[in-house]
Design a protein around this ligand. Structure first.
Ligand code: ZN
Length: 664
């Protein structure tokens, strides 16, 4: 009966300590369903699993509200001008932060710290971390100062930032709906001057260009190291192919796309232009001209413009902007006389998890320093992100972290330097087949709204079952779908039904039978060999799947296991009752309590409330959840002669939402 987990061959190895992050929800509104369903539930499931697997004290799950930047200022000013908000911008952000926090609680997201980059102690620490980090990058020679032209609204007499300018993305083949001042809604970066048809959102007029000086991270320098990193990702079976592909797009050599009809005009310029290569694939109307460096491409851009040749630039590693002139931001240190700048919101949100780790450790009065969690090969940082943010958490973040090593950086990072975080990139969760934010007849719901129709555990199970690691998937809640017919079943309840129907039924049956025949005790005796074998196989399978972040397959494996448990129960208990066979009844109960125990621990990260209720009724202590003891039976966690808590008739471990009863 005693199985030693450690002796199993080819089991995945987990780190000694883990930091989990789930991006930073932006502070201009409450959370929409995509925040919860696309990132937070996955991160939370993984964090909860690791707490059971490597010990609660070795896991830190941190995130927080992204408080700064121009979209917040914009939303705030709009609300104030409409008379819908009367406080300060800080109060506006605090209000949104509180709403976000409440929704995370409602979904049982068990986060060690949900902080805010601009509020309270975490904001103070974040300022220190930001200043320190930028000074280090500067001292290490990884920052460059560049003067560029920025959009300026001469009617309003202000510089325009980010989303205050809209136009079309200049990147070849981009399908984004909007291009903003220097990035499009798909995260492509470009020089503001390249934005097509710019318009100020303040005055509606075409803005003018004025010179500004800012600091940038020299990403191009990290190109060879980023390539090594991508090569590693390719050999790692837990990496997602689509994510690797989109990272690689940013690592392509500097390219200019020109239309075929301009080729004749370019040829005579060959002597003026830096060395280039043109690849003619035959089919496409635009051809790529590739250059050796970004600098040479910039030179070529100038020359082509001077000769009136139209072109578009391809994705490549351009300098990553660190500073800007939005007042509502973290102050940037003054370097070489650049006074009064603030840090652009994207870079500071990339290192905010470090600030939050420090804050969390301080709040726990831990003696650990943050480096123990970020800079040790014993530890690992897991970042759950959406596919739109791959550029920032990928090439940009990795370069910044590597740049902190010193003048010369290496990959993989040496002990004591920030270790390369693991990125778990999810595809989009669409709403009724539309991407969130796109205009459609039915507005995508806020996360809180869904709880008017579903229990949090039903939604958690559903979001995990979507398979966002493979492709974007549409979320189709029947109560919010105008096209759903009365007779349709609700696709969102598919996974939840496993809990509220099948699992709930078998757990209740075990308790009622123990109450009826065995004085509320689990009968003593050995668990059947085939039951132990199935448990072992399932546990190891689930462990392997979680290690590879294949959460939808975890749901499938649990579906199979719980349905098998139920079948085993139904088939054998009927026979025991019919033949009044007490030996069989005892054995079925012993076996099924064991299967309930195994299913509960595997389901614990997914449905924490229902499984905690199972533990409470079993009367087991907290070590019930420890994977170190995962194969031990329930009796190992209770005193001899222990009686189960009495289960009243019709008591549910996994509950349905009140609205789901009337529709039956
Ligand atoms: Zn674009």
């Amino acid at each position: 009966m005693k199985l030693n987990l450690q002796q199993e061959e080819s089991r995945p190895v987990f780190p000694k300590r883990a930091v989990i992050t789930a991006g930073m929800p932006y502070g201009n509104k409450e959370l929409h369903f995509g925040h919860i369903g696309g990132v937070f539930v996955h991160a939370d499931m993984f964090a909860r699993f690791l707490r059971d697997r490597i010990g609660k004290e070795n896991v830190l799950f941190v995130s927080g509200t992204d408080c700064y930047g121009s979209p917040i200022v914009e939303t705030y000013m709009q609300l104030v001008s409409k008379g819908e908000f009367s406080g300060t911008i800080e109060e506006f952000v605090i209000e949104n932060h509180q709403k976000q926090k409440d929704v995370l609680d409602a979904y049982k997201i068990d986060i060690d710290l949900f902080a805010a980059s601009g509020i309270g102690r975490s904001a103070e620490i974040h300022r220190e971390v930001s200043e320190d980090l930028i000074r280090k990058l500067y001292a290490n020679g990884h920052l460059i100062k560049m003067t560029t032209s920025q959009f300026y609204d001469s009617e309003r007499e202000v510089f325009l930032n980010g989303r205050q300018v809209v136009g079309q993305c200049p990147i070849e083949g981009c399908s984004s709906e909007k291009g903003y001042a220097d990035e499009c809604s798909l995260g492509h970066q470009y020089q503001p001057v390249d934005l097509i048809n710019p318009r100020s959102t303040l005055s509606g007029k075409k803005p003018e260009m004025r010179d500004v000086t800012n600091w940038y991270v020299d990403l191009e320098k990290f190109y060879p190291l980023l390539q090594k990193w991508v090569e590693d990702l390719k050999t790692d079976p837990s990496s997602r192919d689509f994510a690797i592909k989109s990272i690689e797009e940013f690592l392509e050599p500097p390219v200019i796309y020109v239309k075929k009809e301009f080729l004749e005009e370019i040829e005579p310029l060959a002597d003026l232009l830096p060395p280039y290569e043109i690849t003619d694939s035959g089919k496409k109307s635009s051809l790529p001209m590739s250059f050796h460096s970004l600098e040479e491409r910039e030179k070529a851009c100038d020359i082509l413009s001077q000769h009136g040749i139209r072109f578009r630039t391809g994705k490549t590693l351009v300098p990553f902007r660190l500073t800007g002139n939005i007042e509502w931001g973290v102050p940037a240190p003054s370097l070489e006389g650049t006074e009064g700048l603030t840090i652009w919101v994207w870079p500071e949100s990339l290192w905010a998890p470090i600030s939050f780790t420090k804050t969390a450790l301080e709040m726990k009065q831990s003696e650990d320093n943050w480096e123990k969690w970020w800079c040790s090969s014993d530890a690992k940082v897991y970042q759950f992100i959406g596919q739109d943010n791959v550029y920032f958490y990928g090439p940009a973040e990795m370069s910044i972290f590597m740049g902190l090593q010193g003048k010369d950086s290496v990959y993989p990072a040496p002990e004591g330097a920030i270790q390369t975080p693991e990125l778990i990139v999810n595809n989009h969760v669409l709403f009724l087949n539309k991407k969130a934010g796109s205009s459609s007849a039915v507005k995508p719901p806020m996360a809180g709204e869904l709880l008017e129709h579903y229990m949090p555990e039903q939604l958690r199970a559903h979001f995990l079952g979507l398979g966002l690691g493979i492709r974007s998937v549409s979320f189709q809640p029947k109560p919010l779908n105008p096209k759903a017919r009365e007779s349709d079943s609700d696709p969102v309840l598919k996974e939840g039904n496993l809990l509220t129907n099948v699992f709930n039924r078998v757990v209740r049956s075990c308790f009622y039978t123990a109450q009826k025949y065995y004085d509320s005790q689990i009968p003593a005796g050995d668990i059947s060999v085939e039951i132990i074998e199935e448990a072992r196989k399932t546990v190891l399978e689930v462990e392997r799947l979680i290690y590879r972040y294949e959460f939808h397959l975890v749901m499938n494996a649990l579906d199979l296991y719980i349905r098998n448990t139920n079948k085993y129960w139904v088939r054998n208990i009927r026979q025991a009752e019919e033949e009044n066979d007490d030996t069989l009844r005892r054995q079925v109960l012993i076996d099924c309590f064991y299967m309930v125990r195994i299913a509960a621990i595997l389901m614990h990260p997914i449905a924490p409330e229902g499984t905690e209720m199972i533990r409470e009724y079993l009367g087991a202590d907290e070590s019930f959840w420890s994977w170190d003891r995962i194969f031990e039976p329930v009796n190992a966690f209770t005193k001899a002669g222990h009686k189960l808590k009495f289960l009243e008739p019709r008591e549910d471990f996994f509950k349905k939402h009140p609205s789901q009863f009337s529709s039956k």
